[in-house]
Design a protein around this ligand. Structure first.
Ligand code: FMN
Ligand code: SF4
Length: 548
């Protein structure tokens, strides 16, 4: 496939699309599917049978999941809530037949949910049918790959990634250009590229959204990475709990291979790249890079000490480039538009945009992409619409089980790696859970500690035994049997687990605890001094049963 042939496919697809007066895109993201969108799509298809100028296809997530099921009508770009067969008929009668908007069902594409966003990674998500490569190509897919392969040297590609300032979106925020340069430099004939699609943080669904909505963007980013570092084999390690993402990746790989955008001698060059899927079996720790590599090799998914880092010694001892889904998905736009373009967005040390999944007690939940540095308050109050009526925000949990809680009073913090860390929280992979005034922070902390305890792989004692001890202490406090001394015990043990654990799971497990002790100490004190749960959540024992 040459760039000219790719261009011809894009033009043919655009011409095909223009033959339709309307194209109805039905959101088939996991959220809308769970709300019965398949039946509604069938009703649209029945309508379309009597109106041949209308095409009905699926699309990935359109963003505001809580408003779903959603449909988009192209070429107008109108977005509708569509919750019943009656809504389908309203949209069909007004928009499709009478060419006027079905105002009562419309979402404003310039409204607060969308206005503050800057889609780069999500640019095509919800706009293309993820199961048709021609639509992705018409939207620009694989142009950057072919350009890289035909016009750029690997070093030039890496230089653009370095200039972009992109940092890994999987959690640790390591500079992507630096990682690519290390793998490129590492000696070895055989190298690998691995996409980490294990996404195990509770409340996080960004990677799933990208994989389901625009799998070609991820594959293209991986292929560009492979070209840059000199690899010819790639793996996507995707969690088994994401069957739709797996299916769409399988379809996308097959289609890209059929057009020779993946496989042997891409763009008639000497560069070949093959991608295979590996399905995870649901262990959170398998998202940790060394455990993930062990799992791909067919061994038990347990972390090992680093160094050596995968960049030097990864899969079967060969240099391996491992990046997160969103990291790879940012690459095509960086190569197409230049590293400087990407670096112009965001803050000094956190460049570009970041995808967040917004969940919890907030009016509009879903997936959003904003420039780094946007105040957390804007994301929660403007994009998310704030808490439901009668409720107030108490805190926002960011960064998953290794993250922390930002209290409502500090919501003006800009979302960048350093600012969140300074508050004792973390960007992590981008999960955000809004907690309202009915939440008990001791209870939430206990939940995350339980998660880490259950998911600890058991290889090292500080994590294996420490998370159990921390969980037991938190349980005692939540049951009204804690003492003020328990808070000191918690802190001392948290410090030990943090510093003595082998991998990020144990090292970060105490973070939610330390963050809530810092920002919500009065809640802990109410539990251990007054044996009272201010939010009324914890199952406190009657005072008589409290230990002396
Ligand atoms: C317990 C644990 C779980 C992790 N889970 C994920 C994950 O699901 N997805 C991911 O991309 N990175 C995850 N990471 C981070 C990876 O180890 C690694 O840093 C990342 O894949 C590198 O890609 P990036 O540089 O693009 O962020 C996890 C780390 C730890 C310690
Ligand atoms: S820190 Fe926990 S998850 Fe990581 S290796 Fe040790 S026991 Fe396993």
């Amino acid at each position: 496939m040459t760039p000219e042939e790719l261009q011809r496919i894009a033009e043919a697809e655009r011409a095909r699309q223009q033959a339709f007066r309307y194209r109805v895109k039905v959101c088939e993201g996991a959220g809308c599917l769970s709300r019965g969108v398949t039946a509604l799509k069938a009703v649209f298809q029945t309508v379309a049978r009597s109106q041949p100028a209308i095409e009905v296809t699926g699309a990935g997530c359109m963003g505001p999941c809580s408003e779903g099921p959603l449909v988009r009508i192209e070429p107008d770009g109108a977005l509708y809530r569509c919750r019943s067969a009656r809504d389908v008929h309203d949209i069909a009668l007004t928009h499709l037949r009478e060419d006027r908007p079905a105002t009562h069902l419309a979402l404003d594409p310039a409204g607060p949910f969308f206005a503050a966003q800057q889609p780069v990674v999500l640019a095509s998500c919800g706009r293309i049918d993820p199961e048709r490569i021609e639509e992705a190509i018409a939207a620009g897919a694989y142009r950057a790959l072919l350009r890289a392969v035909t016009e750029m040297t690997p070093a030039q590609v890496i230089e653009q990634v370095r200039q972009s300032g992109l940092r890994g979106r999987g959690g640790a925020g390591y500079p992507t250009g630096l990682k690519w340069a290390t793998v490129a430099k590492a000696p070895g004939e055989r190298k690998y590229v691995v996409c980490n699609a294990d996404e195990g943080d509770p409340g996080a669904f960004m990677d799933r959204t990208v994989l389901e909505g625009d799998p070609h963007r991820v594959l293209e980013g991986m292929a560009i990475g492979a070209y840059a570092v000199g690899a010819s084999q790639g793996y996507v390690y995707v969690r088994g709990e994401y069957p739709l993402a797996i299916r769409r990746l399988q379809i996308a790989i097959r289609q890209a291979e059929a057009l020779r955008l993946l496989g042997a001698r891409i763009a008639d060059s000497g560069f070949s790249f093959r991608v295979d899927l590996r399905i995870g079996a649901g262990a959170y720790v398998c998202g940790e890079e060394t455990a993930l590599l062990a799992s791909i090799e067919g061994r038990r998914g347990q972390p090992r000490p680093r160094p050596p880092y995968p960049a030097e010694s990864g899969l079967w001892g060969a240099p391996t480039l491992i990046n997160n889904v969103e990291t790879f998905a940012a690459i095509p736009a960086i190569v197409a538009r230049g590293g400087a373009w990407y670096a112009a967005m965001g803050t000094e040390r956190s460049r570009g945009t970041k995808v967040f999944s917004l969940a919890g007690t907030v009016r509009r939940t879903g997936v959003v992409e904003v420039p780094m540095g946007m105040p957390l308050r804007r994301i929660v109050e403007e994009i998310g619409g704030g808490p439901p009526p009668g409720r107030t925000v108490k805190a926002v949990q960011t960064g998953g089980p290794g993250g922390g809680c930002v209290p409502a009073a500090l919501l003006d913090v800009p979302v960048d790696y350093e600012a969140l860390t300074a508050l004792g929280s973390m960007m992590g992979s981008g999960g955000m859970i809004v907690l309202d005034d009915r939440t008990c922070l001791v209870d939430v902390t206990r939940y995350f500690m339980r998660f880490c305890m259950d998911e600890s792989c058991g290889k090292c004692i500080p994590c294996r035994a420490g998370t159990v001890q921390l969980y037991d202490l938190l349980t005692r406090i939540a049951e009204g049997q804690g003492t003020p001394e328990d808070l000191d015990r918690l802190e001392a043990l948290a410090d030990l687990v943090r510093h003595a654990s082998l991998c990020g799971l144990g090292q970060n497990a105490p973070n939610p605890l330390l963050a809530t002790l810092r920002h919500f100490r009065d809640e802990y004190l109410a539990h251990v001094v007054e044996h009272r749960c201010p939010a009324g959540v914890c199952p406190m024992q009657p005072a008589a049963e409290v230990r002396p």
